[in-house]
Ligand binder design. Structure first.
Ligand code: THU
Length: 157
């Protein structure tokens, strides 16, 4: 039997259409790109978690001479949150990128490994968090939760 999986997202024309929480999270992600260490790819990524207590946890991609040793911005932010045993819960995860490699015609969406990490923290808090990302053309994608980004998540119930 053939079945279908449907997912939905919001595509907003610019930051002007975001609410205050979303703006705060995205602003954090853009600031975080300045701390990216990307001498090999030259692709700087910033991630920001807006927690339920309205604080931000920032992350950026950190590369290494031995390439697989590096880590994406989203996981740096999520693992930092986990390592500090923050139990406030995550409201929004925002992602932004910077540098001359940005292509205005492409969406910037998180890699599969980061989606799986988002799934883990969603399961921990028992509640989805929004995932928003800014594209090269300044438009924004908003996903209501990781289930809208990763079908058939490993370990999903
Ligand atoms: N990168 C991220 O930080 N997040 C993603 O979701 C995908 C890719 C980083 C990894 C590497 O440092 C650079 O972008 C180029 O792949």
């Amino acid at each position: 039997m053939k079945k279908e999986f449907k997912f939905s997202y919001h595509h907003l024309a610019s930051v002007e259409e975001l609410n205050e929480d979303q703006k705060k999270a995205l602003d954090g992600a853009e600031k975080a790109t300045q701390k990216a260490y990307a001498p090999y790819s030259h692709f700087k990524v910033g991630a920001s978690l807006l927690l339920n207590d309205d604080t931000l946890v920032l992350g950026s991609n950190q590369e290494n001479k031995a390439y697989p040793t590096g880590l994406c911005a989203e996981r740096v932010a999520l693992f930092s949150y986990g390592a500090q045993q923050k139990d406030q819960g995550i409201k929004i995860l925002a992602i932004a990128c910077a540098g001359e490699l940005i292509n205005p015609d492409e969406f910037f969406t998180p890699c599969g490994g980061c989606r799986q990490a988002m799934a883990e923290y969603t399961e921990i808090q028992g509640k989805p968090f929004e995932i928003i990302m800014k594209n090269g053309d300044g438009s924004i994608l908003v996903f209501e939760g990781v289930h809208q980004l990763l079908p058939f998540i490993f370990g999903s119930k």
